[in-house]
Design a protein around this ligand. Structure first.
Ligand SMILES: Nc1ncnc2c1ncn2[C@@H]1O[C@H](COP(=O)(O)OP(=O)(O)OP(=O)(O)O)[C@@H](O)[C@H]1O
Length: 300
């Protein structure tokens, strides 16, 4: 079996710009293997929603090829499209319906509809089943949207910023629920979120987008194992560390230098030595996914 046939999403050399504006990214390539949960992370405006719009066929890229379940997205059959559930920023259509009405309405369109998955989430909501969606809070509407997505029982879930308006308790409930559901049923998930702490418990792999390109694509456990943050007490100016690419995003507050690196500690010590910097106070810090994201993309 070649690699492509195991990939649920395959993107090759995608290049996008809007009209004659600046290039959002060029030659973007990545794969999402079957059964994995992948988070697409990036600062505001790096092109996450653009990528989802291209994958879903709403936007035609300038260059490149995208396949989902092996089919070109521009020629996708209705049967393949039915295997994909899409959530765009917590949006629910038909807000004039109640929780019960919308479930009945949606159920007719999806042959594999799982009513229990919807009501399991809805039962955690503090609203009556007869309440109209239009009279719910933003977070409650997002919960309805998520229930409708899970009930579709699709093979691929594409979630753009699922956390919109959700409080921490519900986000935790949903991420735990989604992970269990995806792993038990071998679903593939492609998602974005601005709340990176949530993703650390949920995703297997991450793609970190910078303006114009992918900075890194790797399993989250490898990233957290190999990418480290260090601190060091030194009077040397931060400019001294900018010249060596080993020191990723160095910054300094008073005498404390902070930097990130993929290199092992021996190489870090050797690089400091060759700059004439004493590494006696070097400390390796514990990392979260959010730390790694900031370490790779910078604070601003
Ligand atoms: N319809 C459009 N016309 C012109 N430019 C656009 C259009 N849609 C998006 N852009 C630009 O493309 C870039 C990427 O936007 P996109 O919404 O994909 O980013 P994002 O990573 O999802 O951002 P955010 O984290 O803020 O949601 C931005 O610079 C944005 O201004």
């Amino acid at each position: 079996m070649n690699h492509d046939s195991e990939s649920v999403i395959s993107v090759k050399n995608l290049t996008q710009r809007y009209g004659t504006g600046r290039i959002i990214y060029s030659d973007l390539s990545f794969e999402v293997p079957k059964g994995r949960i992948l988070g697409l992370l990036g600062k505001n405006g790096t092109g996450k929603t653009t990528t989802i719009n291209i994958l879903m066929g709403y936007l035609r890229p300038q260059k490149g090829e995208c396949r989902i379940f092996g089919e070109k997205i521009t020629e996708m059959s209705p049967a393949t499209r039915a295997r994909i559930a899409l959530l765009i920023e917590g949006h629910v259509q038909y807000a004039f319906m109640t929780i019960e009405q919308i479930e009945r309405f949606y159920s007719r369109f999806y042959p594999k509809w799982n009513r229990d998955a919807y009501y399991e989430l809805m039962n955690k909501l503090h609203v009556s089943p007869g309440q109209k969606i239009s009279s719910m809070s933003c977070g409650q509407r997002s919960q309805v949207a998520l229930g409708l997505i899970l009930a579709q029982n699709a093979d691929l879930l594409v979630l753009d910023d699922f956390s919109l308006g959700l409080d921490p308790g519900y986000r935790r409930l949903f991420t735990d629920y989604l992970r269990e559901f995806a792993k038990a049923e071998e679903k593939t998930v492609f998602m974005t979120s601005h709340i990176i702490q949530d993703l650390e418990r949920l995703i297997d792999d991450c793609i970190i987008l910078d303006y114009g390109k992918i900075l890194t694509q790797m399993p989250v456990d490898e990233l957290l194992r190999d990418f480290c943050r260090y601190t060091l007490q030194t009077y040397m100016p931060v400019e001294k560390f900018l010249a060596d690419s080993l020191f990723v995003n160095p910054g300094k507050i008073k005498d404390e230098l902070e930097f990130y690196t993929f290199k092992p500690i021996d190489e870090v010590r050797a690089a400091l030595g060759s700059l004439g910097v004493d590494s006696g106070s070097l400390v390796r810090q514990d990392m979260s996914l959010e730390d790694a994201f900031i370490g790779l993309t910078g604070k601003y």
